[in-house]
Design a protein around this ligand. Structure first.
Ligand code: HEC
Length: 284
């Protein structure tokens, strides 16, 4: 009897959690219309994937360089300069951040005369955007580029059955960077600069922003489109969640705690039921 109720309980719990995860996962899938005509971006290997994932500092610094020299001409990334110094990120020194901030002009004010003025940036300022507003960006580029803060988390695509059932178990969460990498490498028609294999509908207002050699690395990494794309996608993933490393570390500690706790519960239960049943405890 006890055995049957236990099994039934477990089965119900398992079925419920399967249903729950399936329904949670199908939300972004159904929200994305017409996603079928694009090929699925290939899964890349990222140092920050999985429960023990960590960013590669040198890669984040290269990715920031690509962002700064190329993407920031159009896209905004409204994070404070000093975020780039915090642990778990590119970890620039305070002095480097001060110098970086000071190289930008930031709007401030109004002063006592009631006027806005420009001053050198400080580490606590956000990166300023190259455009005054979205209308100005749209007028110059045909369409206002999306802000980059959450881009690497916001872009998802359909992985299809059965992968979407497996992904939570293998903790596959890097769809955003995989998409960005594929997109940056997806300009396949030499005669149409606005054709992209991976952009929904293929017509993208952004011409290929990267090609071999456009950014000069100082650490000897290959100066190729593929390397730039990987580095900037990593950087954008970090920018979308600057405390990812701390979260994963904490998650691991919680798991260890739960395992120890489950063990303690098990032995407590055994002990308590042993007192109740006497020798009959083996029937459980
Ligand atoms: C010349 C301006 C320009 C530059 C430089 C540029 N972008 Fe864009 N980007 C745009 C515009 C405009 C859009 C909107 C395109 C659209 O929706 O049709 C866009 C859209 C995007 C998107 C979103 C695509 C989607 O699914 O909606 C990503 C990702 C992106 N850019 C990444 C980058 C990266 C990474 C860089 C730097 C390596 C970069 N961009 C440099 C103008 C630019």
């Amino acid at each position: 009897m006890t055995f049957r109720t236990h099994t039934l309980g477990w089965l119900t719990a398992a079925a419920a959690s399967l249903l729950l995860s399936a329904s949670l996962l199908s939300v972004p899938v159904s929200a994305q219309e017409g996603a079928h005509e694009q090929p699925t971006p290939a899964r890349q290997s990222w140092t920050f994937a999985g429960p023990f994932g960590k960013f590669d500092r040198a890669q984040l610094q290269r990715g920031f360089q690509v962002y700064k020299e190329v993407c920031s001409n159009c896209h905004s990334l409204s994070i404070p300069f000093r975020t780039l110094a915090q642990p778990g990120g590119p970890e620039y020194s305070e002095a480097q951040i001060k110098a970086l901030a000071a190289s930008y002009k930031v709007k401030d004010g109004p002063n006592e005369a009631g006027e806005m003025f420009e001053r050198a940036g400080r580490p606590s300022d956000n990166f300023p955007w190259a455009f005054a507003n979205e209308q100005a960006a749209a007028a110059a580029l045909g369409k206002s580029p999306p802000e980059m803060n959450l881009l690497a988390k916001a872009r998802k695509y359909e992985r299809g059955f059965p992968l979407f059932l497996i992904d939570p178990f293998i903790q596959y969460q890097e769809l955003g960077p995989d998409y960005i990498y594929a997109l940056l490498n997806g300009y396949s028609k030499a005669d149409d600069p606005n054709y992209n294999d991976y952009y929904p509908g293929h017509k993208i207002a952004m011409g290929a922003p990267l090609s071999d050699g456009v950014v000069t690395y100082t650490d000897g990494s290959p100066q190729t489109l593929q390397q730039y794309a990987k580095d900037v996608a990593s950087f954008l993933y970090w920018a979308a969640e600057p405390s990812m490393e701390a979260r994963k570390k904490m998650g691991f500690r919680v798991m260890v705690f739960l395992i120890i706790f489950a063990g303690l519960l098990y032995f407590t239960k055994k002990k308590v039921w042993a007192d109740v049943h006497g020798d009959a405890v083996t029937t459980h």
